[in-house]
Write a protein that binds this ligand. Structure first.
Ligand code: ADP
Length: 480
Protein backbone atom coordinates (compact mmCIF):
# COMPACT_ATOMS: atom_id res chain seq x y z
CA UNK A 1 0.00 0.00 0.00
CA UNK A 2 1.44 3.30 -1.03
CA UNK A 3 1.57 6.26 1.37
CA UNK A 4 1.65 9.47 -0.58
CA UNK A 5 3.10 12.85 0.34
CA UNK A 6 1.92 16.43 0.13
CA UNK A 7 3.60 19.18 -1.85
CA UNK A 8 4.83 22.31 -0.09
CA UNK A 9 7.33 24.80 -1.50
CA UNK A 10 8.33 22.48 -4.31
CA UNK A 11 9.03 19.51 -2.02
CA UNK A 12 7.08 16.31 -1.29
CA UNK A 13 6.71 15.98 2.48
CA UNK A 14 4.85 13.99 5.13
CA UNK A 15 2.59 15.58 7.73
CA UNK A 16 4.18 16.52 11.00
CA UNK A 17 1.98 14.34 13.18
CA UNK A 18 2.87 11.39 10.99
CA UNK A 19 -0.72 10.17 10.89
CA UNK A 20 -2.47 9.36 7.63
CA UNK A 21 -5.89 9.56 6.03
CA UNK A 22 -7.22 6.43 4.37
CA UNK A 23 -8.46 6.49 0.80
CA UNK A 24 -11.07 3.88 -0.16
CA UNK A 25 -12.41 2.62 -3.47
CA UNK A 26 -16.16 3.41 -3.34
CA UNK A 27 -16.97 0.50 -5.68
CA UNK A 28 -15.46 -2.12 -3.36
CA UNK A 29 -14.87 -0.46 -0.01
CA UNK A 30 -11.25 -1.50 -0.31
CA UNK A 31 -8.46 0.59 1.23
CA UNK A 32 -6.30 1.78 -1.68
CA UNK A 33 -3.86 4.33 -0.28
CA UNK A 34 -2.89 6.59 2.58
CA UNK A 35 -2.26 10.31 2.37
CA UNK A 36 -0.81 12.68 5.00
CA UNK A 37 -3.19 14.01 7.61
CA UNK A 38 -2.04 17.61 7.44
CA UNK A 39 -3.28 20.34 9.76
CA UNK A 40 -2.44 23.85 10.90
CA UNK A 41 1.35 23.49 10.73
CA UNK A 42 1.44 22.21 7.13
CA UNK A 43 -1.11 24.80 6.06
CA UNK A 44 0.93 27.64 7.52
CA UNK A 45 4.05 26.35 5.78
CA UNK A 46 2.16 26.16 2.50
CA UNK A 47 0.82 29.71 2.93
CA UNK A 48 4.32 30.98 3.70
CA UNK A 49 5.67 29.25 0.57
CA UNK A 50 2.87 30.70 -1.58
CA UNK A 51 3.43 34.13 -0.04
CA UNK A 52 7.16 34.03 -0.75
CA UNK A 53 6.62 32.81 -4.31
CA UNK A 54 4.01 35.46 -5.10
CA UNK A 55 6.43 38.37 -5.65
CA UNK A 56 8.32 36.58 -8.41
CA UNK A 57 5.42 34.68 -9.96
CA UNK A 58 3.21 37.75 -10.26
CA UNK A 59 6.05 39.50 -12.12
CA UNK A 60 6.59 36.65 -14.62
CA UNK A 61 5.51 37.94 -18.05
CA UNK A 62 2.10 36.72 -19.15
CA UNK A 63 3.41 34.78 -22.15
CA UNK A 64 5.78 32.82 -19.90
CA UNK A 65 3.00 32.02 -17.42
CA UNK A 66 0.94 30.97 -20.40
CA UNK A 67 3.74 28.60 -21.46
CA UNK A 68 3.69 26.86 -18.07
CA UNK A 69 -0.06 26.34 -18.29
CA UNK A 70 0.25 24.99 -21.81
CA UNK A 71 2.88 22.50 -20.62
CA UNK A 72 0.59 21.30 -17.81
CA UNK A 73 -2.19 20.89 -20.39
CA UNK A 74 0.05 18.79 -22.62
CA UNK A 75 1.21 16.58 -19.77
CA UNK A 76 -2.36 16.02 -18.59
CA UNK A 77 -3.38 14.95 -22.06
CA UNK A 78 -0.38 12.64 -22.36
CA UNK A 79 -1.22 11.05 -19.00
CA UNK A 80 -5.00 11.04 -19.41
CA UNK A 81 -5.40 7.30 -18.95
CA UNK A 82 -3.23 7.17 -15.86
CA UNK A 83 -5.08 10.09 -14.22
CA UNK A 84 -8.46 8.65 -15.19
CA UNK A 85 -7.68 5.26 -13.65
CA UNK A 86 -6.72 6.84 -10.35
CA UNK A 87 -9.88 8.91 -10.47
CA UNK A 88 -12.13 5.92 -11.06
CA UNK A 89 -10.40 3.99 -8.29
CA UNK A 90 -10.93 6.66 -5.65
CA UNK A 91 -14.12 8.31 -6.90
CA UNK A 92 -16.02 5.53 -8.64
CA UNK A 93 -17.11 7.17 -11.90
CA UNK A 94 -16.94 4.98 -15.01
CA UNK A 95 -13.52 5.05 -16.65
CA UNK A 96 -14.92 6.58 -19.83
CA UNK A 97 -16.38 9.43 -17.82
CA UNK A 98 -13.11 9.83 -15.93
CA UNK A 99 -11.27 10.25 -19.24
CA UNK A 100 -13.93 12.80 -20.23
CA UNK A 101 -13.27 14.66 -16.99
CA UNK A 102 -9.52 14.73 -17.64
CA UNK A 103 -10.21 16.35 -21.03
CA UNK A 104 -12.57 18.85 -19.42
CA UNK A 105 -10.06 19.54 -16.64
CA UNK A 106 -7.18 19.98 -19.08
CA UNK A 107 -9.41 22.31 -21.10
CA UNK A 108 -9.16 24.91 -18.32
CA UNK A 109 -5.38 24.93 -18.67
CA UNK A 110 -5.65 25.30 -22.42
CA UNK A 111 -8.19 28.10 -22.15
CA UNK A 112 -6.41 30.05 -19.39
CA UNK A 113 -3.04 29.61 -21.11
CA UNK A 114 -4.64 31.88 -23.74
CA UNK A 115 -6.44 34.18 -21.35
CA UNK A 116 -3.25 34.77 -19.34
CA UNK A 117 -2.12 36.90 -22.29
CA UNK A 118 -5.28 39.00 -22.32
CA UNK A 119 -5.49 40.59 -18.91
CA UNK A 120 -6.19 44.06 -20.24
CA UNK A 121 -6.35 47.26 -18.22
CA UNK A 122 -8.21 50.40 -19.22
CA UNK A 123 -7.77 54.10 -19.77
CA UNK A 124 -10.68 56.34 -18.85
CA UNK A 125 -11.39 59.78 -20.34
CA UNK A 126 -10.84 62.36 -17.61
CA UNK A 127 -12.94 65.46 -16.90
CA UNK A 128 -9.87 67.62 -16.60
CA UNK A 129 -7.32 68.30 -19.38
CA UNK A 130 -4.35 67.68 -17.10
CA UNK A 131 -5.49 64.38 -15.61
CA UNK A 132 -4.91 60.84 -16.86
CA UNK A 133 -7.00 57.99 -15.46
CA UNK A 134 -5.97 54.34 -15.76
CA UNK A 135 -7.03 50.96 -14.46
CA UNK A 136 -4.57 48.13 -13.87
CA UNK A 137 -5.58 44.54 -13.23
CA UNK A 138 -3.31 42.87 -10.71
CA UNK A 139 -3.29 39.40 -9.15
CA UNK A 140 -5.12 39.31 -5.85
CA UNK A 141 -2.38 37.39 -3.99
CA UNK A 142 -2.26 34.02 -2.25
CA UNK A 143 -5.33 31.91 -3.05
CA UNK A 144 -6.91 29.22 -0.86
CA UNK A 145 -8.61 26.62 -3.05
CA UNK A 146 -10.87 23.98 -1.46
CA UNK A 147 -12.34 21.36 -3.77
CA UNK A 148 -14.92 18.53 -3.61
CA UNK A 149 -14.77 14.84 -4.51
CA UNK A 150 -17.27 14.72 -7.38
CA UNK A 151 -14.88 16.15 -10.00
CA UNK A 152 -11.48 15.38 -8.49
CA UNK A 153 -9.50 16.90 -11.40
CA UNK A 154 -11.73 19.52 -13.01
CA UNK A 155 -12.59 21.39 -9.82
CA UNK A 156 -8.87 21.80 -9.20
CA UNK A 157 -7.92 23.03 -12.66
CA UNK A 158 -10.99 25.28 -12.88
CA UNK A 159 -9.48 27.15 -9.91
CA UNK A 160 -5.73 26.76 -10.31
CA UNK A 161 -5.53 27.52 -14.06
CA UNK A 162 -7.10 31.01 -13.82
CA UNK A 163 -5.29 31.71 -10.53
CA UNK A 164 -1.90 31.01 -12.13
CA UNK A 165 -2.88 32.83 -15.31
CA UNK A 166 -3.66 35.91 -13.23
CA UNK A 167 -0.31 35.68 -11.42
CA UNK A 168 -1.61 34.32 -8.10
CA UNK A 169 -0.06 31.54 -6.03
CA UNK A 170 -2.17 28.77 -4.51
CA UNK A 171 -2.67 26.48 -1.52
CA UNK A 172 -5.03 23.64 -2.43
CA UNK A 173 -6.96 21.43 -0.05
CA UNK A 174 -8.63 18.67 -2.05
CA UNK A 175 -11.50 16.54 -0.76
CA UNK A 176 -10.41 13.82 1.62
CA UNK A 177 -12.19 11.16 -0.47
CA UNK A 178 -10.22 11.98 -3.63
CA UNK A 179 -6.70 13.22 -2.83
CA UNK A 180 -4.92 10.87 -5.25
CA UNK A 181 -6.08 12.65 -8.40
CA UNK A 182 -4.90 15.92 -6.82
CA UNK A 183 -1.50 14.34 -6.13
CA UNK A 184 -1.26 13.22 -9.76
CA UNK A 185 -1.98 16.76 -10.93
CA UNK A 186 0.67 18.15 -8.61
CA UNK A 187 3.21 15.67 -10.00
CA UNK A 188 2.41 17.22 -13.36
CA UNK A 189 2.75 20.78 -12.04
CA UNK A 190 6.18 19.79 -10.76
CA UNK A 191 7.16 18.15 -14.03
CA UNK A 192 5.98 21.19 -15.97
CA UNK A 193 8.52 23.21 -13.99
CA UNK A 194 6.08 25.51 -12.17
CA UNK A 195 8.39 27.37 -9.77
CA UNK A 196 8.47 26.22 -6.15
CA UNK A 197 5.86 27.68 -3.83
CA UNK A 198 3.53 28.70 -6.68
CA UNK A 199 1.26 25.69 -6.13
CA UNK A 200 1.04 23.86 -2.81
CA UNK A 201 -1.05 20.87 -1.80
CA UNK A 202 -2.17 20.02 1.72
CA UNK A 203 -4.35 16.97 2.42
CA UNK A 204 -5.81 16.27 5.84
CA UNK A 205 -8.26 17.68 8.34
CA UNK A 206 -10.75 19.90 6.49
CA UNK A 207 -11.57 21.90 9.60
CA UNK A 208 -7.99 22.53 10.67
CA UNK A 209 -6.73 23.35 7.19
CA UNK A 210 -9.81 25.46 6.43
CA UNK A 211 -9.46 27.43 9.68
CA UNK A 212 -5.73 28.07 9.16
CA UNK A 213 -6.38 29.26 5.60
CA UNK A 214 -9.26 31.52 6.59
CA UNK A 215 -7.49 33.11 9.58
CA UNK A 216 -4.36 34.03 7.68
CA UNK A 217 -4.18 37.62 6.47
CA UNK A 218 -1.75 36.64 3.70
CA UNK A 219 -4.46 34.56 2.01
CA UNK A 220 -6.39 37.14 -0.02
CA UNK A 221 -8.83 34.94 -1.85
CA UNK A 222 -10.98 31.89 -1.15
CA UNK A 223 -12.23 29.79 -4.04
CA UNK A 224 -14.45 26.96 -2.86
CA UNK A 225 -16.62 24.29 -4.45
CA UNK A 226 -18.71 22.13 -2.15
CA UNK A 227 -21.85 22.11 -0.05
CA UNK A 228 -23.82 25.25 0.74
CA UNK A 229 -23.46 24.43 4.43
CA UNK A 230 -19.63 24.43 4.38
CA UNK A 231 -19.57 27.37 1.93
CA UNK A 232 -21.52 29.50 4.41
CA UNK A 233 -19.11 28.56 7.19
CA UNK A 234 -16.10 29.48 5.09
CA UNK A 235 -17.71 32.75 4.04
CA UNK A 236 -18.24 33.59 7.69
CA UNK A 237 -14.64 32.69 8.57
CA UNK A 238 -13.25 34.61 5.60
CA UNK A 239 -15.16 37.72 6.68
CA UNK A 240 -12.70 38.21 9.56
CA UNK A 241 -9.95 39.09 7.10
CA UNK A 242 -12.29 40.34 4.32
CA UNK A 243 -11.06 37.93 1.67
CA UNK A 244 -12.41 37.94 -1.85
CA UNK A 245 -14.61 34.85 -2.18
CA UNK A 246 -15.85 32.65 -5.00
CA UNK A 247 -18.28 29.98 -3.90
CA UNK A 248 -19.72 27.23 -6.08
CA UNK A 249 -22.28 25.57 -3.82
CA UNK A 250 -25.23 23.20 -4.03
CA UNK A 251 -27.95 23.14 -6.62
CA UNK A 252 -31.46 21.81 -7.15
CA UNK A 253 -31.83 21.97 -10.89
CA UNK A 254 -35.28 21.86 -12.45
CA UNK A 255 -35.63 20.20 -15.85
CA UNK A 256 -38.78 21.22 -17.70
CA UNK A 257 -40.26 19.35 -20.63
CA UNK A 258 -42.83 21.49 -22.43
CA UNK A 259 -45.59 19.91 -24.52
CA UNK A 260 -43.93 21.00 -27.78
CA UNK A 261 -40.56 19.42 -26.88
CA UNK A 262 -38.77 16.92 -29.07
CA UNK A 263 -39.19 14.06 -26.61
CA UNK A 264 -36.22 12.05 -27.78
CA UNK A 265 -34.01 15.09 -27.24
CA UNK A 266 -35.64 15.66 -23.84
CA UNK A 267 -35.04 12.07 -22.74
CA UNK A 268 -31.45 12.23 -23.88
CA UNK A 269 -30.91 15.56 -22.11
CA UNK A 270 -32.60 14.29 -18.96
CA UNK A 271 -30.33 11.25 -18.81
CA UNK A 272 -27.21 13.27 -19.60
CA UNK A 273 -27.94 15.81 -16.89
CA UNK A 274 -29.05 13.19 -14.36
CA UNK A 275 -26.88 10.11 -14.69
CA UNK A 276 -23.48 11.63 -15.30
CA UNK A 277 -21.34 10.86 -12.28
CA UNK A 278 -24.28 8.84 -10.87
CA UNK A 279 -26.22 12.08 -10.32
CA UNK A 280 -23.49 13.43 -8.08
CA UNK A 281 -22.99 16.85 -9.63
CA UNK A 282 -24.24 20.20 -8.38
CA UNK A 283 -25.86 20.84 -11.77
CA UNK A 284 -27.58 17.43 -11.93
CA UNK A 285 -31.25 17.84 -12.77
CA UNK A 286 -33.15 17.19 -9.58
CA UNK A 287 -36.79 17.98 -10.31
CA UNK A 288 -38.38 16.90 -13.58
CA UNK A 289 -41.41 18.99 -14.56
CA UNK A 290 -43.23 17.36 -17.45
CA UNK A 291 -46.29 18.80 -19.18
CA UNK A 292 -49.29 16.64 -18.25
CA UNK A 293 -50.18 15.96 -21.90
CA UNK A 294 -46.86 14.24 -22.63
CA UNK A 295 -46.15 12.69 -19.23
CA UNK A 296 -47.06 9.10 -20.19
CA UNK A 297 -44.98 9.09 -23.37
CA UNK A 298 -42.02 10.74 -21.66
CA UNK A 299 -42.04 8.19 -18.84
CA UNK A 300 -42.31 5.27 -21.28
CA UNK A 301 -39.41 6.54 -23.36
CA UNK A 302 -37.31 7.14 -20.27
CA UNK A 303 -38.05 3.66 -18.90
CA UNK A 304 -37.02 2.12 -22.17
CA UNK A 305 -33.64 3.88 -22.01
CA UNK A 306 -33.08 3.23 -18.31
CA UNK A 307 -33.19 -0.53 -18.96
CA UNK A 308 -29.91 -0.21 -20.86
CA UNK A 309 -27.90 1.47 -18.13
CA UNK A 310 -25.39 -0.86 -16.59
CA UNK A 311 -24.69 -0.11 -12.93
CA UNK A 312 -21.45 -1.34 -11.39
CA UNK A 313 -17.75 -0.89 -10.80
CA UNK A 314 -16.54 1.95 -13.02
CA UNK A 315 -13.48 -0.06 -14.00
CA UNK A 316 -15.66 -2.63 -15.78
CA UNK A 317 -16.28 -2.33 -19.49
CA UNK A 318 -19.73 -1.00 -20.37
CA UNK A 319 -20.63 0.33 -16.91
CA UNK A 320 -22.38 3.70 -17.21
CA UNK A 321 -23.45 4.31 -13.62
CA UNK A 322 -20.87 3.81 -10.89
CA UNK A 323 -21.20 3.63 -7.10
CA UNK A 324 -22.17 6.46 -4.80
CA UNK A 325 -19.30 8.04 -2.95
CA UNK A 326 -20.24 6.59 0.46
CA UNK A 327 -22.82 5.09 2.80
CA UNK A 328 -24.07 8.47 3.95
CA UNK A 329 -25.08 9.31 0.38
CA UNK A 330 -26.72 5.93 0.04
CA UNK A 331 -28.82 6.44 3.19
CA UNK A 332 -29.89 9.94 2.15
CA UNK A 333 -31.05 8.80 -1.28
CA UNK A 334 -32.85 5.75 0.06
CA UNK A 335 -34.61 7.99 2.61
CA UNK A 336 -35.71 10.34 -0.19
CA UNK A 337 -37.11 7.45 -2.24
CA UNK A 338 -38.90 5.97 0.77
CA UNK A 339 -40.33 9.34 1.77
CA UNK A 340 -41.65 9.89 -1.76
CA UNK A 341 -43.25 6.45 -1.89
CA UNK A 342 -44.80 6.92 1.58
CA UNK A 343 -46.34 10.19 0.35
CA UNK A 344 -47.88 8.62 -2.76
CA UNK A 345 -45.14 8.52 -5.44
CA UNK A 346 -45.07 5.55 -7.80
CA UNK A 347 -41.83 3.75 -8.64
CA UNK A 348 -41.77 3.45 -12.45
CA UNK A 349 -38.26 2.02 -12.59
CA UNK A 350 -35.56 0.91 -10.12
CA UNK A 351 -35.96 1.85 -6.50
CA UNK A 352 -36.83 -1.58 -5.15
CA UNK A 353 -34.83 -3.36 -2.51
CA UNK A 354 -33.59 -6.03 -4.88
CA UNK A 355 -32.05 -3.38 -7.09
CA UNK A 356 -30.66 -1.13 -4.45
CA UNK A 357 -28.29 -1.84 -1.65
CA UNK A 358 -24.82 -2.65 -0.61
CA UNK A 359 -23.35 -5.09 -3.08
CA UNK A 360 -21.30 -8.10 -2.12
CA UNK A 361 -18.27 -6.07 -3.13
CA UNK A 362 -18.93 -3.58 -0.35
CA UNK A 363 -19.67 -0.54 -2.52
CA UNK A 364 -22.84 1.54 -2.45
CA UNK A 365 -24.93 1.40 -5.60
CA UNK A 366 -28.35 2.74 -6.51
CA UNK A 367 -30.11 1.71 -9.68
CA UNK A 368 -31.47 4.75 -11.55
CA UNK A 369 -34.90 5.26 -10.06
CA UNK A 370 -37.82 6.89 -11.85
CA UNK A 371 -40.69 8.19 -9.71
CA UNK A 372 -44.06 9.52 -10.92
CA UNK A 373 -46.91 11.21 -9.02
CA UNK A 374 -44.36 13.34 -7.23
CA UNK A 375 -45.51 16.43 -5.32
CA UNK A 376 -43.84 19.48 -3.79
CA UNK A 377 -44.31 17.97 -0.30
CA UNK A 378 -41.72 15.25 -0.87
CA UNK A 379 -38.06 15.48 0.18
CA UNK A 380 -36.89 14.73 -3.38
CA UNK A 381 -38.26 18.05 -4.52
CA UNK A 382 -36.69 20.00 -1.66
CA UNK A 383 -33.35 18.43 -0.73
CA UNK A 384 -30.41 18.09 -3.07
CA UNK A 385 -30.44 14.39 -4.05
CA UNK A 386 -26.92 13.85 -5.40
CA UNK A 387 -27.92 10.47 -6.77
CA UNK A 388 -29.65 8.82 -9.75
CA UNK A 389 -33.27 9.59 -8.84
CA UNK A 390 -35.71 11.08 -11.39
CA UNK A 391 -38.84 12.50 -9.75
CA UNK A 392 -41.49 13.49 -12.29
CA UNK A 393 -43.98 16.25 -11.46
CA UNK A 394 -46.63 17.35 -13.94
CA UNK A 395 -47.67 20.90 -14.81
CA UNK A 396 -50.15 22.69 -17.06
CA UNK A 397 -49.04 26.27 -17.73
CA UNK A 398 -45.72 28.03 -18.32
CA UNK A 399 -46.37 30.46 -15.47
CA UNK A 400 -47.07 27.61 -13.06
CA UNK A 401 -43.93 25.68 -13.95
CA UNK A 402 -41.65 28.74 -13.84
CA UNK A 403 -42.98 29.51 -10.36
CA UNK A 404 -42.35 25.92 -9.19
CA UNK A 405 -38.90 25.84 -10.78
CA UNK A 406 -37.88 29.07 -9.03
CA UNK A 407 -39.33 28.01 -5.69
CA UNK A 408 -35.99 27.05 -4.13
CA UNK A 409 -33.12 28.73 -2.30
CA UNK A 410 -30.75 27.25 -4.87
CA UNK A 411 -30.09 28.84 -8.25
CA UNK A 412 -27.33 27.01 -10.07
CA UNK A 413 -28.59 25.24 -13.22
CA UNK A 414 -31.94 24.81 -14.94
CA UNK A 415 -32.81 22.93 -18.10
CA UNK A 416 -35.80 23.00 -20.40
CA UNK A 417 -36.90 21.42 -23.62
CA UNK A 418 -39.09 23.14 -26.20
CA UNK A 419 -39.12 23.64 -29.95
CA UNK A 420 -40.50 27.18 -29.62
CA UNK A 421 -38.05 30.03 -30.07
CA UNK A 422 -40.10 32.66 -28.28
CA UNK A 423 -40.83 30.35 -25.35
CA UNK A 424 -37.09 29.60 -25.11
CA UNK A 425 -36.23 33.25 -24.62
CA UNK A 426 -39.18 33.99 -22.35
CA UNK A 427 -38.52 31.08 -20.03
CA UNK A 428 -34.72 31.51 -19.99
CA UNK A 429 -35.15 35.11 -18.86
CA UNK A 430 -37.54 34.21 -16.07
CA UNK A 431 -35.64 31.30 -14.52
CA UNK A 432 -33.55 32.44 -11.53
CA UNK A 433 -30.51 30.29 -12.24
CA UNK A 434 -26.94 31.01 -13.31
CA UNK A 435 -26.81 28.29 -15.97
CA UNK A 436 -29.61 27.53 -18.42
CA UNK A 437 -29.62 24.55 -20.77
CA UNK A 438 -32.13 24.88 -23.61
CA UNK A 439 -32.56 21.48 -25.27
CA UNK A 440 -29.15 20.82 -23.76
CA UNK A 441 -28.29 18.58 -20.81
CA UNK A 442 -24.53 19.07 -21.01
CA UNK A 443 -23.73 22.72 -20.48
CA UNK A 444 -20.29 22.69 -18.83
CA UNK A 445 -17.32 23.89 -20.87
CA UNK A 446 -14.16 25.83 -19.93
CA UNK A 447 -14.96 28.96 -21.92
CA UNK A 448 -18.39 29.60 -20.35
CA UNK A 449 -19.24 31.12 -16.95
CA UNK A 450 -20.26 28.57 -14.32
CA UNK A 451 -21.94 29.70 -11.12
CA UNK A 452 -25.17 30.25 -9.31
CA UNK A 453 -27.83 32.69 -8.13
CA UNK A 454 -29.11 32.76 -4.54
CA UNK A 455 -27.55 30.23 -2.12
CA UNK A 456 -25.83 28.38 -4.96
CA UNK A 457 -22.90 30.70 -4.75
CA UNK A 458 -20.99 33.86 -5.43
CA UNK A 459 -18.86 34.61 -8.48
CA UNK A 460 -18.22 32.61 -11.62
CA UNK A 461 -15.64 30.09 -12.78
CA UNK A 462 -14.69 29.48 -16.39
CA UNK A 463 -14.33 31.84 -19.33
CA UNK A 464 -13.06 35.38 -18.91
CA UNK A 465 -15.35 35.74 -15.90
CA UNK A 466 -13.33 33.11 -14.06
CA UNK A 467 -10.16 35.13 -14.46
CA UNK A 468 -11.67 38.34 -13.04
CA UNK A 469 -12.18 36.53 -9.73
CA UNK A 470 -8.40 36.42 -9.23
CA UNK A 471 -7.73 40.04 -10.19
CA UNK A 472 -7.80 43.24 -8.20
CA UNK A 473 -8.72 46.51 -9.89
CA UNK A 474 -6.18 49.27 -9.33
CA UNK A 475 -7.26 52.76 -10.33
CA UNK A 476 -4.48 55.26 -11.02
CA UNK A 477 -5.11 58.97 -11.31
CA UNK A 478 -2.21 61.07 -12.58
CA UNK A 479 -1.93 64.82 -12.87
CA UNK A 480 0.39 65.93 -15.66
P1 ADP B 1 -19.28 17.56 -0.42
O1 ADP B 1 -20.66 17.25 0.04
O2 ADP B 1 -19.13 17.81 -1.88
O3 ADP B 1 -18.23 16.66 0.16
P2 ADP B 1 -18.29 19.52 1.42
O4 ADP B 1 -18.69 20.95 1.49
O5 ADP B 1 -18.52 18.68 2.61
O6 ADP B 1 -19.04 19.00 0.14
O7 ADP B 1 -16.76 19.39 1.01
C1 ADP B 1 -16.15 20.16 0.01
C2 ADP B 1 -14.74 20.45 0.42
O8 ADP B 1 -14.75 21.25 1.61
C3 ADP B 1 -13.92 19.22 0.76
O9 ADP B 1 -12.58 19.44 0.38
C4 ADP B 1 -14.04 19.15 2.27
O10 ADP B 1 -13.00 18.43 2.86
C5 ADP B 1 -13.97 20.62 2.61
N1 ADP B 1 -14.54 20.96 3.92
C6 ADP B 1 -15.50 20.32 4.62
N2 ADP B 1 -15.73 20.92 5.81
C7 ADP B 1 -14.88 21.98 5.87
C8 ADP B 1 -14.62 23.00 6.83
N3 ADP B 1 -15.29 23.08 7.97
N4 ADP B 1 -13.66 23.91 6.54
C9 ADP B 1 -12.99 23.86 5.38
N5 ADP B 1 -13.19 22.94 4.44
C10 ADP B 1 -14.13 22.00 4.66
Amino acid sequence: METYKIYIDGTWVTADEGSNLEVHNPATGELIANVPNGGEKETKEAIEAAHQAFTEWSAVPANIRSGYLRRVYQLMMERQNEIARVMTLEQGKPLKEAIGEVHYAAGFLDWYAEEAKRIYGETIPAWSPNKRLMVLKQPVGVVAAITPWNFPAAMITRKIAPALAAGCTVVLKPASQTPLTAIKLFEIFEEAGIPKGVVNLVTGSAQKIGKALMEDTRVRKLTFTGSTEVGKKLMEQSAQTVKKVSLELGGHAPLIVFEDADLDKAVEGALASKLRNCGQTCISSNRFYVHHKIKEVFIEKLKEKLKDFKVGNGMEEGVEVGPLIDGKSFERIKAQINDAVAKGAKIEFGGKAEHNGITQQGGYFIVPTLLSNVTGEMLVTKEETFGPVIPVITFETDEEVIKMANDTNYGLAAYFFTESLSRSMRVAEKLEFGIIGINDGKTSTPQAPFGGYKESGIGREGGHYGLEEFLEVKYISMEI
